[in-house]
Design a protein around this ligand. Structure first.
Ligand code: HEM
Length: 451
């Protein structure tokens, strides 16, 4: 049952263990932990992660206010060793003026106008995948979607310079992501940087491969740019970007932002697509509407960027999949001096957390929250969704830079593949594993059938 009490009515939270606080319950099953905090203690719940004092807020207006105050009275949560190894000082890790400069430099490369030029690559890669599939074949949906979004990420980031190097880049990224996932769940968060673990050794080796591969691609791009070649991949746009003083990104910054965009972009989108297929498999009516829309709008041809707006139901399917399975299931920020939320002061140093997972599954904002109902997002839907109750891309000044990219990619990939196949994985949904993103706990196997 979900509490409807007003925030702060009960200040009590779960009893902490000495030294560990509530780390054991959090690490065991963070999703269930957050839902139980909300259900058992209300919309404003103090809890502890080791020595860190935390509060979980579960009202949309508090989530919105928190995200809006990041880089103001709240600071972004410091990311740990694994994030820094991999992302360096990229825009996700940077804070303050450094972050402002980097965000301004990266943002133009992912504007809707630029996403238009990446759309053709997205469609081309999805179409190539469809060409390798046959009706009756059994596929591992998550593996297929991960390989597809990896290919799209490498091609849109690096263009043709990465041809033939996708294998080592993808393998190193996959290793690095596993260690990020462990850190994200608090398992290695409190280990000092000098402690060596097998996972950290694997991480160092993966980062060394990435550094070598990306340095090569950057050199190739610089050479092409010096020779006057015009390119429209993300890295070329980053190379051309200038800050307010006319300064370019340094080589190290180019490396950091390239990895940031790759990590930010591909796993989030592949899990979104995996969940969308799984949800569609159990929803024949939603699938029929999808087939209908694709026939009507595309009539058998491949989609273009302009079709994205016309594919309204397809977009609602993606939106609803992001609601039920938000890839980033947790967002937090740390209170600075004089911080407050919902009119109540928050002591300096307190980390305030909000969870898209538990917010998106709160029946107060989404009636029958477990049901997959893309029609919730119809313009004339009877139940209005409160502002900030759906926030898979975060919000405020540090909102996701790649939201448009991701939404276009997910919708176009669905449109290409669903025109030719129904991915029949039955009606039972896989369990969830909250790693760096919200992944299926088990393999999602589907038989390819006619749509
Ligand atoms: C379904 C796919 C995606 C989801 C659910 C998602 C979600 C998010 C969220 C929740 C944040 C904010 C995190 C916070 O406030 O702590 C974020 C930030 C970010 N995302 Fe995404 N993202 C997705 C796809 C992408 C893509 C495709 C790219 C790049 C092409 C990207 C690049 C970034 C970057 C650079 C940031 C950091 C922004 C900053 O700190 O100023 N994301 N994303």
């Amino acid at each position: 049952m979900t509490s409807t009490q007003s925030p702060g009515a009960r200040a009590a939270g779960p009893r902490p263990w000495p030294l560990l606080g509530n780390l054991p319950a959090f690490a065991r099953d963070p999703l269930a932990f957050f839902e139980s905090l909300r259900d058992d203690y209300g919309d404003w719940v103090p809890w502890a992660l080791g020595p860190q004092r935390n509060v979980l807020v579960s009202r949309p207006e508090h989530a919105g206010e928190l995200l809006g105050a990041v880089e103001g009275t709240f600071k972004p949560t410091e990311l740990g060793w694994a994030f820094r190894q991999l992302l360096g000082e990229g825009v996700v890790v940077a804070t303050g003026d450094d972050w402002r400069r980097k965000r301004a430099l990266v943002q133009p490369a992912v504007r809707p106008r630029q996403v238009r030029s990446y759309a053709a690559t997205m469609v081309e890669c999805a179409d190539a995948l469809a060409g390798t599939w046959c009706e009756g074949e059994r596929v591992d949906v998550h593996r297929e979607m991960a390989a597809l979004t990896q290919r799209i990420a490498v091609r849109t980031l690096f263009g043709s310079d990465a041809a033939g190097r996708e294998g080592p880049i993808s393998a190193a990224m996959a290793t690095a992501q596993r260690e990020l996932g462990a850190e994200f769940r608090g398992l290695t968060l409190f280990l000092p940087p000098w402690v060596r673990t097998p996972g950290r050794r694997r991480m160092r080796r993966a980062v060394a491969v990435l550094d070598r591969e990306i340095a090569y691609v950057i050199r190739e791009h610089e050479a092409a740019s010096n020779a006057g070649a015009e390119r429209d991949d993300l890295l070329s746009r980053l190379l051309a970007a200038r800050d307010e003083h006319g300064g370019p990104l340094s080589r190290k910054e180019l490396r950091d932002e390239s990895i940031t965009l790759y990590i930010g972009g591909h796993e989030t989108t592949s899990t979104t697509l995996t969940w969308a297929w799984q949800l569609l498999s159990g929803a024949p009516e939603a699938r029929a509407r999808l087939t209908d829309e694709l026939d009507r709008v595309l009539g058998g041809r491949l989609p273009t960027y302009d079709d994205y707006v016309r594919l309204r139901w397809t977009r609602q399917v993606v939106k609803e999949a992001l609601r039920i399975y938000p890839p980033i299931w947790l967002i937090s920020a740390v209170a600075g001096q004089g911080a407050s939320l919902g009119g109540r002061p928050v002591p300096e140093g307190t980390a305030v957390w909000t969870s898209p997972w538990s917010m998106h599954r709160d029946p107060r904002w989404f009636p029958d929250p477990e049901s997959f109902r893309p029609e919730r997002w119809d313009e004339d839907a009877p139940h209005a969704v409160p502002e900030h109750a759906w926030f898979p891309f975060g919000g405020g000044p540090r909102a996701c830079l790649g939201a448009r990219f991701a939404l276009v990619e997910a919708a176009l990939v669905l449109a290409v593949l669903a025109q030719r196949f129904h991915l029949d994985s039955g009606t039972e949904r896989a369990g969830v594993f909250p790693g760096l993103t919200l992944q299926p706990k088990t393999r999602v196997l589907a038989t390819l059938a006619a749509p």
